[in-house]
Structures are given as C-alpha cells and as structure tokens.
Design a protein around this ligand. Structure first.
Ligand code: NI
Length: 182
C-alpha cells in the first residue's frame, strides 16, 4: 500500500548539512526508501493520485530531505504524458557541464520548501553525471534542459544547498538577453 513520505521542511538543519557518501551494499532500509521515493514522485505527477493522497507534484528528492545525510538522489522524469523514467543515483558527481547557463522561467520549487520563492536559478544547460546504481554498478547520464536542472537541484541538496541560495538577490530575474529561460 502506498504510504506518503514524511519530507523535511526547509527549516530543518539536516537539510543544511553536507551528506556523506553511501556505502555498498546498501541496507534493506535504504533500498526500501529509494522505492518509496520513486512511488511518491511518480504518484505526485499523476493527477488522480496527487489528489487522492494530497501530494505536492515534484520530480526529484534527495536523502537529506528524509532526514538521512547520505548521497542518494532520485529523479522521476515524465518523458511524455504518463511515461516516466526513473533515475536513482548513489554518490552522484557532475563530471562535466556546458558553459551555457539556463534557468527555469517560472523559477524552481522544492518539496521541502512549502512556499513560493520567486526568482531565476541559473544552472548549466547540460551536465554529465556519474555515480552508482543501487547495486553499486557505475552509471552515467547526459542530461539536458529540465532534466539537467533537476540533477543540479538534487545534487545541491547533498551539499546542504537549497535552490533559493542561488537566486541573485540584487538581480533575481534575468531577461531573455541575459539568460536562456526554459
Ligand atoms: Ni529540492
């Protein structure tokens, strides 16, 4: 049966800690939690379940948001209506990135931030991420556009960074000339 995750709020100091590498083999509890993150994120993006379980839609979560300071992230990306791709990365690292920066035009959101924070978050348009799957096998992905933003947002959580830390306070909104807005 589906059970909603208890996601920590931004005020919780655990969200501000730098997380440690996860150790293989992962524990049963860690594997169960990863599956629950996948379920939660998937359901949150399907209207019927979003309403039924009163979920806030989101595409990514990191372990610190559940109170565990280990370097594990999960992204559930809707490639097309009703079709989802899951990315589970243990100890992820951005190994290369574009110099081109982009920002989500509508700003970013976070399941730990229960309020609207306005402003553009400048991020790399493309990133290559390396890490390990749940069984410890090396994996690598080239992500672009909104998926690239999601990886950067989630990896930031592992370093205690929240998206609004990256909003330029003196200049929170970029023009189309300054930044490609997606
Ligand atoms: Ni977040």
């Amino acid at each position: 049966m589906f059970k909603k995750l208890n996601i920590l709020d931004e005020k919780n100091p655990l969200l501000r800690k730098k997380s440690e590498d996860a150790i293989f083999p992962l524990s049963k509890e860690e594997k169960v939690l990863i599956q629950r993150m996948i379920d939660h994120l998937t359901y949150s993006q399907i209207e019927e379940y979003e309403k039924k379980y009163d979920l806030r839609p989101g595409m990514g979560l990191a372990f610190p948001q559940l109170g565990i300071n280990k370097r594990i992230i999960v992204i559930v990306y809707e490639v097309e209506e009703g079709t989802f791709e899951n990315y589970v990365f243990i100890n992820p690292k951005i190994v290369s990135h574009s110099t081109e920066m982009i920002a989500a035009e509508a700003g970013e959101g976070c399941l730990s931030v229960n309020r609207e924070v306005k402003g553009h978050v400048a991020r790399h348009a493309r990133v290559t991420v390396e890490g390990f799957d749940e069984n410890g096998a090396p994996i690598r992905v080239r992500a672009r556009e909104d998926l690239a933003l999601a990886f950067q947002h989630e990896i930031d959580h592992l370093d205690g960074i929240l998206f609004y830390d990256r909003i330029n306070k003196k200049h929170p909104f970029y023009t189309e000339q300054e930044m490609r807005l997606i």
